[in-house]
Design a protein around this ligand. Sequence first.
Ligand code: MTE
Ligand code: MO
Length: 357
Amino acid sequence: MWDKRDDMVVHGTDPYNAEPPRTALADNSLTPTDTFYSRNHATVPRIEPSHWRLRVDGLVDQPLELTLQDLVDRFEHRTLVATMQCAGNRRSALLAVRGIPGEDPWGAGATSTAAWTGVSLRDVLRAADVSAEAHHVAFEAPDVTDLADPTQVYGSSIPVKKAMAEEVLLAWQMNGEDLPSLHGGPVRVVVPGYIGARSVKWVVRVTALLEPSENYFQATAYRLLPPEGEPAPGAGISLGPFNLTSDILEPDDGATLPVGESQVTGYALAGGDRAIARVDVSLDQGRTWVQAELDAEIGPWAWRLWRTRLILPEGRTCITVRAWDSGGSTQPESPAQMWNPKGYGNTSWGHVTVHAL
Ligand SMILES: Nc1nc2c(c(=O)[nH]1)N[C@H]1C(S)=C(S)[C@@H](COP(=O)(O)O)O[C@H]1N2
Ligand SMILES: [Mo]
């Protein structure tokens, strides 16, 4: 129904939540749209492009109401490549450490990369004459979720400094085609470098504020709680920018391969304004490492694909990856170091176990 490939791992049909198998992400710097993961908290709204309106309000001198045609006609178009990653990516490895009731067991595939086309949010905020007092910019969508009590529409916010950075888009195209409804069409926010939850789909309202949004998905969900913590408004650490991570995309976990040389590929994703500097791969759980070859960079907001060839001995081998960034940071070794009650932000070393015959 959503024009996705047949082998998607479907966590739920309504709301639709699905990720591709990791091997489907391998070797494509841009993820084909039929392979791109999708994360939804409510039924996907269908909005006629001609009926869509964007309200820009709050701490602005010139509140606006824009049609899609206004966006297209009045502002400079930009296309950029950005990786979207759900904060729940690789929750399954956290779950293996300790239970996480009520959250889906996302694997390695809640990560995908597309070329997004739209206008800079900054240009729209400038047209609205955003006030110097604004510290945050909030987004609202029409999808109503019952995860919040009372029910609420989906929303998020980002600091005004990020909102005024040219890379943050109001996008109406993905991989050169009209944005499908599943991915937020007619228009979504794309916040490159931030967890997927901030990139609000079907955005209908942009509000300049003094404080972060009070929406459930900003104030209560998508926050990193201490291990014995309970979700509550303002509790825990608000998640925004990505942290450094990497994973193996090929071979698949559990694959059977011939003994001898095998190709191993994957991705690495840097946080903030850092870049990927090095990727290490190990066949002995991190005692010794070889350095993978990095593919060409495809943009500052995109993952960096890497590849190497390794000699697999007969039997069971665990292949491990870790990345290093341009600031010299690397990933934590174990998901046990990262377990948190909602299962967010597992950026520990990536692993697959293979059998060579
Ligand atoms: N309106 C709205 N926007 C949303 C969501 C949602 O449920 N509703 N989910 C968020 C989350 S958690 C993620 S990871 C991304 C997923 O985007 P995708 O479905 O295009 O992959 O959308 C974000 N934007
Ligand atoms: Mo997400």
